[in-house]
Unconditional design. Structure first.
Lengths: 212, 212
DNA sequence: GTATGTGAACTATTTCACAGCT
DNA sequence: AGCTGTGAAATAGTTCACATAC
């Protein structure tokens, strides 16, 4: 717990958690780092090293208890309790995130969505309420929301982020293709789908060059 | 061009490209690495180092020509021509990706979508045709599609990937939360939204611990 | 003076090697 | 024998320092 923990390690812990849930579902009680790592296509050294930043979770000569490792990783990631999130922007992407089942499994509940469009607002979509932006502060306080997910067009992203920060949000998941300029005490995770997609064309180009 | 190029460099090139397009839009013709880097909140050393893997693009004492650097990065990333992509799974996420304008700006055109659902299929949505899975091979060949985007539920992802590979697709952008087990000559880029989101809760937990 | 380009220094991360437990 | 845990070695990636050009 003393050394600096790589950010990549944190991301991988989520992967471990999901894989473990998968194995638990299959009634596997004890799992080795090798098996888990093979499943995720990483090295078993890496897996054990990642875990070692946080403590000792396995038994030498045996392996890891699936259930107990799940519990431990949940605790490390803060997923042993429920977090409230809201989605800003109720377009296709906002909808996709709002209704994605996987978040709930991992302790993140989408409590509300916000949109500027008159005809999306004040409706219930499968237990989710969509509010106009003006209600943001009230809803965030009432529903105890700690995480904001930005799924608005890029022009509106900065304003959405500022608004979220003003409402006391300390963690933002930004899917808009802009670098947000907001106070640095707010934790921001950017996921830029088109930049990610673009890295594929680079490799495709190399592949074609190699073949010709 | 001889040294090994970090994968992160490739991703950052996409960011540079987008920022440059933004500056060009604002009629800025010459830009320094410092200004571009500040805008993207990275170090100017990093930016110059990244570019140096591919050649020399600036003028000492002056800076970079916006237009020429855009052209150069497009060439590096293979974005100076059009790539055809298809989306498998026409749920909310699939729709979001299908209609996202940003891809087209970057040379990636979504040519078709596929879905198993009877009532989504064989319809036109804003110039995009949604086909049943059986038509995949035919459509991919006809439309010269090189990139497959997987936006199906996790249970269906592996089959979708295998199918795409069988149709000759060499690059897959996988948004389903599973590690695909397909031939390694297929380039796969995984973007797992819920694992990314989860890394936020870890930092939120740390933040709370610090404050108490 | 200002800005790029790049080898060298530094830092971070991954992989290895092996001690220790079952 | 099989598996975890971890310091040490190796590798990868970032930052620095300075030579060069405008």
């Amino acid at each position: 717990m003393l050394k600096k923990i790589p950010e990549e390690t944190i991301t991988r812990l989520s992967y471990y958690l999901r894989a473990l849930l998968f194995f638990k579902e299959k009634d596997i009680t004890i799992i080795s780092s090798k098996r888990l790592a093979d499943f995720l296509k990483i090295s078993h050294h890496q897996l054990r090293k990642d875990l070692s930043y946080f403590g000792q979770f396995g038994r030498k000569g045996v392996g890891y208890s699936c259930v107990r490792l799940i519990e431990s990783i949940r605790e490390i990631l803060g997923l042993n309790r429920e977090w409230g999130a809201c989605v800003v922007g109720f377009g296709n992407l906002g909808r996709a995130l709002s209704f994605y089942k996987g978040f709930k499994d991992e302790g993140i509940a989408i409590k509300a969505a916000f949109d500027i469009s008159e005809n999306k607002v004040n409706k219930d979509y499968a237990n989710l309420k969509v509010y106009p932006l003006e209600k943001m502060e009230k809803v965030i306080r009432k529903e105890k929301i700690q995480i904001g997910i930005i799924a608005v067009p890029k022009e509106a992203a900065e304003a959405a982020a500022t608004r979220l920060a003003e409402c006391g949000i300390k963690a933002i998941f930004n899917l808009a293709p802009v670098k947000l300029d907001i106070p640095k005490d707010v934790i921001v995770k950017d996921v830029d789908l088109s930049c990610q997609l673009t890295s594929l064309t680079y490799h495709l180009k190399l592949l074609e060059a190699k073949q010709s």
